[in-house]
Write a protein that binds this ligand. Structure first.
Ligand code: S3P
Length: 260
């Protein structure tokens, strides 16, 4: 049987090798990202991700450490996504747009694909106030809610590599837009009033729409806010009849183009 110190030395050597390879791997990720930026290539490669995963599972094969190896590679993949997103953007992505424009769906998808952090301004308010949005509106009124929203946006300024999903009314105060712009690029998601109605009609969580769940009301409020949304946006993406993958690909490409 080998000496303990000798085995420990071998383990250290293994770690050095792993470290060397990981550095190399992250370097390749950066190279890929530079390539993407230079040639305007797709940022999301869902098919490639699937193929890569399948190859890895088959390389692991029937192995006594199969579970551990899969979990390590999952971590490596996540770390690679973070290297990629950091290389693509050194700013936060703030999502704005009317209720039902798809901010939460897009945020969730981007978080998964780019391993960025994700924060929802409404959720910050709910946590700070310890009550649902509709109760805040009912008990204290809209102005109070808007004050909470402005405070939450200020609080989020220190975040990095984060997708900030804003409530639909965040743009009604100019200070919110100015504060978001300090560390984020602002992406406006749009949808037609009909699409919005389809997406929100099953929920009673939006006090502004309760009792007003119809296309005419949505259209009117949307038009009232349209100029504010447009002025705030660095990038604008239409979401009607598109898959979340399509929307995110467009959005990422547009953000990359902004940096050129
Ligand atoms: C609001 C939109 C809601 C929420 C609040 C007010 C608005 O967020 O902040 O009900 O004024 O448009 P979502 O856009 O996420 O639904």
């Amino acid at each position: 049987m080998r000496e303990r110190s000798e085995i420990n030395k071998d383990l250290e050597l293994c770690d050095q090798e792993i470290l060397k390879l990981l550095k190399k791997r992250f370097g390749y990720v950066e190279e890929l990202t530079e390539n993407m930026k230079a040639f305007d290539l797709p940022v999301l490669q869902p098919e490639q991700d699937k193929v890569g995963f399948k190859k890895l599972v088959s390389a692991i094969g029937d192995n006594p450490y199969g579970e551990e190896l899969q979990s390590v590679f999952q971590q490596i993949e996540t770390a690679g996504k973070r290297v990629k997103s950091r290389n693509l953007f050194d700013f936060n992505i703030a999502l704005i747009g009317f209720m039902g424009a798809g901010k939460s769906t897009v945020s969730r998808y981007l978080k998964h694909k780019l391993a960025m952090d994700e924060v929802d301004v409404d959720s910050v308010i709910v946590k700070d106030q310890n009550m649902p949005i509709k109760d805040i509106f009912a008990q204290f009124g809209e102005e109070y809610f808007r004050d909470c929203e402005s405070k939450a946006i200020i609080k989020l300024q220190s975040l990095r590599q984060t997708i900030i999903s804003c409530g639909g009314g965040a743009v009604v105060r100019e200070e919110n837009v100015a504060n978001l712009k300090k560390t984020s690029r602002i992406v406006l998601l749009t949808a037609s009033p009909e699409t919005v109605l389809e997406r929100v009609k099953g929920s009673d969580e939006r006090p502004i729409l309760n009792g007003n769940m119809n296309v005419a009301f949505i259209k009117e409020l949307m038009e009232k806010r349209a100029e504010l949304y447009r002025k705030a946006a660095d990038v604008m993406i239409e979401t009607d009849h598109k898959s979340v993958e399509q929307i995110c690909e467009e959005l990422l490409k547009a953000l990359i183009r902004l940096e050129r």
